[in-house]
Design a protein around this ligand. Structure first.
Ligand code: NAG
Ligand code: NAG
Ligand code: NAG
Ligand code: NAG
Ligand code: FE2
Length: 362
C-alpha cells in the first residue's frame, strides 16, 4: 500500500511539479532506432574497482579513466545499468522524454571535462562517481555530440556489486496503531526464490521474525513514455513487513532477511529504531514536515529532471540532526522520477539513513 502511495505521489508530481502534462502525441508510437557510432579504436573508458560491496556496502565510489583522440568540451559519460545497453537513438515519444534520448536511458551522466582537468585539450580525463546497489551490473560509456546528438565513442569494463540482489534501503512507517511499525525495502528476490522477513530484537530480548509481503510493478502497467519506454528499468521487488506489539519507547535492532529455497539466508546490515511512546504518555515528539524535496547525485552527476540539487542539503542536515527527530512527514512530491524508474532506487538510497531510523511518512 505504501508503495502505491509513492507511485500516486510520483504522478501528482509530474502533473503539478514541472511543466504542463498533455495526452499522447501522434508520433508516440513510432520509435526511431538509429545507432550513431563514432567508436574509435584508441578511445577507452576504464573503471575500477570492478567488484563493489564486498563487505556488504550498498553505496561505493568508482574511479573512471578515459581517453579520446578527438575530445570536445561537450563529450559526456553515461552510466548504464544493466551494463548491456542500447546506444541507439530513440526519438522522444512525448515532451516528457528528455535528452540524452538514447533507447536505454542512462541512470545518470556527467561531462567528461567536469573536473576541468584538461580533458578537452589532452583527451585524457578522470571522474569519481558514486554507485548504489540497484540489482544489476553497470557500464560507463563515452559519447561525443553532447546530450542532443549523442554518438558512442567507447564503453568501459563491467562493474558489479558482489551481492546485487541483496535487501536494501529500508524505510519505516508508523503502523496503524501506536505499537506497530512497518518496514518496507527493496530486493532482487521474488517470492519464488526466497521468503522475505524482518528479524527484530530489543536489547537482551529474544529475536522475533515477521513475514513480509512482496509487490512489484510491470512495464505494461505504466501509462506512457518515458516510464513505459526508454525510462523503464526493472524495479525489483518491494517488501513490507509489520512489526507488532512493540513496547513503548523501546529501542529495537532489526535486519532484513531472505530465506533462499536451499535453506541459506541473505541478510542486510543491522538498523535500529525507537518505538513510539504509549498513548497519553507525556513526552516530547519532534516532527519534521516538508514536501517537494526531489533527489540528487552526491557525485554531481546530471540525471533526468535534474533540478533539486539542494535535496542533498536537506537530507544531509536531517542526518546530522537525526538524534533530535522522532518522525518525518514528507508530504508529497518525493523524487520527481517522472518516468525514469531507476531514480526510485536512488531516492530510497538517499533517504535511507533517515527513513531506516525514524518513521518516514509519505
Ligand atoms: C574546456 O573545458 C573548460 C571547462 O569546462 C571550458 O571552460 C573551456 O572553454 C573548454 N575549452 C575548449 C577548447 O573547449
Ligand atoms: C544484450 O542485449 C541485446 C538486446 O536485448 C541481446 O540481444 C544480447 O544478447 C545481449 N547481450 C548480452 C551479452 O547479454
Ligand atoms: C544456496 O543458494 C545460493 C544462491 O544460489 C548460494 O549462494 C548458496 O551457496 C547456496 N547455499 C547452500 C547451502 O547450498
Ligand atoms: C548546499 O550544499 C552545497 C554543496 O555542499 C553547498 O555548496 C551549498 O552552500 C549548500 N546550500 C545551502 C543553502 O546550505
Ligand atoms: Fe513539487
Amino acid at each position: 500500500m505504501a508503495f502505491y502511495l509513492l507511485i500516486l505521489l510520483g504522478i501528482t508530481s509530474s502533473l503539478f511539479g514541472i511543466g504542463a502534462s498533455s495526452g499522447e502525441q501522434p508520433l508516440s508510437r513510432i520509435a526511431i532506432h538509429q545507432t550513431t557510432l563514432a567508436v574509435h579504436s584508441s578511445a577507452y573508458v576504464k573503471v575500477s574497482p570492478s567488484v563493489l560491496g564486498l563487505k556488504g556496502e550498498n553505496k561505493e565510489w568508482v574511479t573512471l579513466n578515459f581517453g579520446h583522440p578527438n575530445p570536445s568540451s561537450d563529450d559526456w559519460i553515461g552510466v548504464f545499468s544493466p551494463a548491456n545497453f542500447s546506444a541507439s537513438v530513440c526519438a522522444p515519444e512525448n515532451e516528457k522524454v528528455y535528452p540524452p534520448t538514447l533507447c536505454t536511458s542512462p541512470i545518470k551522466f556527467q561531462y567528461a571535462n567536469y573536473k576541468d582537468n584538461g580533458y578537452n585539450k589532452t583527451g585524457a580525463g578522470s571522474l569519481k562517481l558514486q554507485l548504489i546497489n540497484q540489482r544489476e551490473d553497470f557500464s560507463f560509456a563515452l559519447f561525443s555530440g553532447g546530450f542532443s546528438n549523442p554518438k558512442l565513442v567507447a564503453v568501459s569494463n563491467t562493474v558489479t556489486f558482489a551481492y546485487p540482489k541483496a535487501p536494501v534501503y529500508p524505510r519505516l512507517a508508523q503502523g496503524k496503531s501506536w505499537n506497530e511499525m512497518t518496514v518496507t525495502w527493496t530486493s532482487g528476490y521474488s517470492i519464488d526464490e526466497a521468503i522475505p522477513f524482518v528479524e527484530w530484537v530489543s536489547k537482551g530480548g529474544t529475536p522475533t521474525r515477521s513475514p513480509a509481503g512482496t509487490l512489484t510493478i510491470s512495464r505494461s502497467s505504466m501509462c506512457g513514455a518515458p516510464a513505459r519506454t526508454v525510462g523503464w528499468r526493472d524495479p525489483g521487488y518491494i517488501h513490507t513487513s509489520f512489526l507488532k506489539d512493540l513496547w513503548p519507547n523501546m529501542k529495537y535492532a532489526y535486519r532484513l532477511g531472505h530465506k533462499l529455497n536451499n535453506g541459506s539466508y541473505v541478510w542486510s546490515r543491522s538498523y535500529s529504531f525507537r518505538a513510539s511512546p504509549y498513548p497519553g504518555q507525556e513526552s516530547l515528539q519532534r516532527v519534521i514536515i516538508f514536501g517537494d524535496m526531489g533527489k540528487a547525485e552526491a557525485d554531481g552527476s546530471n540525471e533526468y529532471n535534474d533540478f533539486q540539487p539542494a535535496s542533498l542539503n536537506t537530507t544531509n542536515q536531517l542526518i546530522k540532526d537525526l538524534e533530535n527527530i522522532d518522525i518525518v512527514l514528507h508530504i508529497g512530491d518525493l523524487c520527481y522520477a517522472n518516468g525514469y524508474i531507476s531514480q526510485w532506487d536512488q531516492f530510497t538510497a538517499q533517504i535511507e539513513p533517515i527513513a531506516s531510523t525514524v518513521p518516514y511518512m509519505v
